[in-house]
Design a protein around this ligand. Structure first.
Ligand code: DGJ
Length: 692
């Protein structure tokens, strides 16, 4: 039974694992392009292990503290009397014939704990989804102290180059690279959401070959999480990823089963940009038949903030319709008591003072303009002054005898409680049934601070219960209202992970829409997420956060990199601005299928003279290039005067590509690049090349 190996096969990659003859764990043999397993393993270790144990040095796929007592375990379990060191023996395996699914079973003879290590390669991708199922087959209760989902082993003989994304509110998805000499690099969240501070995504490359092979890991978990990378003295970088147990150990009673979240690994031979394409392919498959060009939307937030009322919204909607907008979204401020952010959350009834003719009539007026209708909600939160809180003060997370923490003047509902989940579901479901709604923006504006519920009943996995019910509600709403698109938002991009990418249609990545700040945010976002998930608005200039001036064209081309929206006060736009906007929206409608399904090449970056995104249509007949001038707009910023050249990728060198009267060979576009000439009034471009 032991000493066997299994190979999982992706579109271009393979992932081979083995159970060594001793049968105590599963090891990686190789992870890379097809054929990579045919040769000596790049990660095997068969040297001496003085002062360590063999498992500390081996490329173990899923390690307990018995296997890796010193260099980092994925799973730590203890018995009721506090004894640890669960150690496994291989007991079985199930592998499908085409190398897409593998489940390897282990059991601990002392405690009766069973673990199944799962692998799945979705068809047509180069990702491997990994998760673990734990079953307590013993007679006594167990406590899971550390609940990692997987360990990934990456050969980095010349040093490990790690890429990660950090941030804060209004500055999400900042891409950084560090060289990990020795020691551990850790990122995570203890906020009950993926958070603004770090993205549950990591990329690893060998320092000697940054343009070459890249391995990535990303979590499908919408709660607290951790990812760490450690490079050992032998040149192996091991990445651990999984839940961060902020509520303490997980109880596993006799007979209980626990499924840990999926963590997905990705491989590309083409560096970080190739890795981005692997993630895009995966997320497009997660979207399934919902991968359709998103409507151009208008969102009221920056134009009216909380001062939402029928007349001003209709004035905005009239202009939006003229411009070619397709969906009109009323953001925060539409429900009773919501004059500002101190009140209203919890009482989800349209405010009759703001909609005197009724909300139905208002929606009908919006629809009569030819627009679909969208609505903002934040159903997991409650203001202390709301009727909901007066009725159910026990529904919020709290610790007996301790003061409650307000963030943005609000508390958080304990979604893990069945009655709260029922309230949240029926609130949203009720709105969708009651009103003619096509689009929902689901917001979440505070992290969880209190690790408890009234009465102190515990220990409880509050994080796990909240996430599980959130996912269930999203799934149920999608099932019952398949025509409604859902935008996931958490004060910007704090709820962005692969589990949400499978359940929401689009993400709001940041509240910062200032042009140059936004460029950096979107550039980071697109490294980990596909364009159909990137909601972006054209807002007024100067921007709220980033006042650096850029043209209206720049702001449009920027928002066209994903799902185009407008968030400006368009009532104040001049006829010339409106005409220009209408032109951009019309052009977006012509190219959005390519943005949604095209192969993405990131060119340069927001801190480089060259900054563009190329989208090549699946049939390779159209190439859309969006380019932005990142430098100064005054005279000094324009030297030298030769055009910037954007090297395009993935084109047929022998084919000819046409942009109006201009013709280029594929070879020229790759070797010399597509020329763009910037000036103070021409700081962005949309170029569509047609293959002859
Ligand atoms: C935070 C979101 O990110 C904004 O877009 C907006 O919806 C506000 N919340 C509303 O309160």
């Amino acid at each position: 039974m032991t000493g066997r190996r299994w190979t999982l096969r992706g579109a271009h990659t393979e992932y081979t694992v083995t159970v060594p003859a001793h049968g105590r764990w599963l090891e990686l043999v190789a992870w890379g392009p097809h054929g990579v397993s045919d040769g000596p393993s790049p990660v095997a270790y068969d040297g001496p292990v003085p002062f360590l144990t063999p498992g500390d040095a081996a490329p173990v796929e899923y390690a307990t503290d018995a296997d890796r007592p010193f260099t980092g375990a994925d799973l730590v379990v203890e018995t009721a009397n506090g004894q640890r060191r669960v150690g496994f023996t291989h007991t079985g395996v199930r592998a499908d014939a085409d190398g897409r699914e593998l489940a390897v079973d282990f059991a601990d003879p002392v405690t009766g704990l069973r673990a199944t290590v799962h692998y799945r390669v979705p068809a047509g991708t180069d990702v491997v989804q990994r998760w673990v199922e734990l079953t307590n087959d013993g007679t006594g209760p167990l406590r899971v102290v550390r609940a990692g989902s997987a360990g990934f082993c990456v050969p980095t003989p010349h040093g490990a180059l790690l890429s990660h994304q950090w941030g804060q509110w209004a500055q999400e998805f900042q891409l950084s690279h560090i060289e990990l000499g020795h020691g551990t690099f850790t990122i995570g969240s203890s906020q009950g959401v993926p958070g603004h501070l770090h993205v549950p995504w990591l990329a690893v490359r060998d320092a000697a070959d940054p343009a070459g092979a890249a391995w990535g890991m990303a979590l499908a978990w919408t709660g607290s999480w951790e990812i760490s990378a450690e490079r050992d003295t032998g040149g192996l970088t091991r990445v651990r990823a999984g839940r961060h147990l902020v509520d303490g150990p997980l109880e596993l009673a006799a007979g209980d089963r626990l499924t840990l979240p999926v963590v997905t690994g990705a491989y590309s031979p083409d560096g970080l940009h190739g890795l981005a394409r692997v993630w895009h392919t995966h997320q497009r498959l997660l979207a399934g038949d919902r991968l359709t060009p998103r409507p151009v939307l208008y969102n009221s937030w920056e134009a009216t903030y909380f001062a939402v009322e029928a007349q001003s919204q209709l004035a905005l909607a009239r202009v939006a319709a003229e411009l070619g907008v397709e969906t009109f979204v009323v953001d925060d401020g539409w429900f009773v008591g919501r004059g500002d952010d101190t009140a209203g959350l919890g009482d989800w009834t349209p405010d009759p003072a703001k909609f005197p003719a009724g909300f139905d009539a208002f929606i009908a007026d919006v629809r009569a303009l030819g627009l679909n209708f969208g609505l903002w909600v934040e159903p997991e939160c409650v203001n202390p002054t709301s009727a909901l809180y007066a009725e159910h003060p026990d529904w919020v997370y709290s610790v007996d005898g301790r003061p409650l923490t307000q963030v943005r003047n609000q508390y958080l509902l304990d979604l893990g409680r069945p009655e709260v989940a029922e309230f949240v579901h029926s609130t949203v479901d009720g709105l969708l049934h009651r009103y003619d709604i096509d689009y929902l923006k689901w917001d979440f504006n505070r992290p969880r601070t209190e690790p408890g519920r009234p009465g102190g009943v515990g220990p409880l996995d509050l994080d796990g219960a909240h996430v599980a019910n959130l996912h269930r509600i999203y799934e149920r709403l999608r099932h019952d209202h398949p025509g409604v698109l859902v935008e996931a938002c958490a004060g910007g991009g704090a709820r962005t992970d692969l589990a949400m990418a499978a359940r929401a249609d689009v993400f709001w990545p940041s509240d910062n829409t200032g042009p140059l700040d936004r460029l950096a945010i979107q550039y980071g976002f697109l490294h980990a997420n596909a364009p159909h998930l990137l909601s972006s608005w054209v807002t007024d200039s100067p921007g709220l956060f980033d006042p650096r001036p850029r043209t209206l064209a720049f702001r449009f081309v920027l928002a066209m990199a994903g799902v185009l929206g407008i968030g400006a006060d368009i009532r104040a736009w001049s006829p010339a601005e409106r005409a220009e906007a209408a032109g951009w929206i019309a052009r977006y409608k012509e190219i959005r299928d390519v943005v949604t399904t095209g192969e993405v090449h990131l060119i340069g970056g927001p801190d480089q003279a060259r900054c563009a995104v190329q989208y090549t249509s699946p049939d390779e007949r159209r190439v859309v290039v969006l380019a932005w001038h990142t430098g100064r707009l005054d005279g000094a910023g324009l030297l030298p005067s030769r055009p910037v050249r954007l090297p395009l990728r993935g084109l047929d060198p022998t084919a000819r590509y046409r942009d109006g009267e201009r013709h280029y060979s594929g070879s020229h576009l790759a070797a010399v690049g597509l020329p763009v000439q910037w000036s103070p009034t021409h700081d962005a471009d949309l170029i569509v090349l047609h293959r002859d």
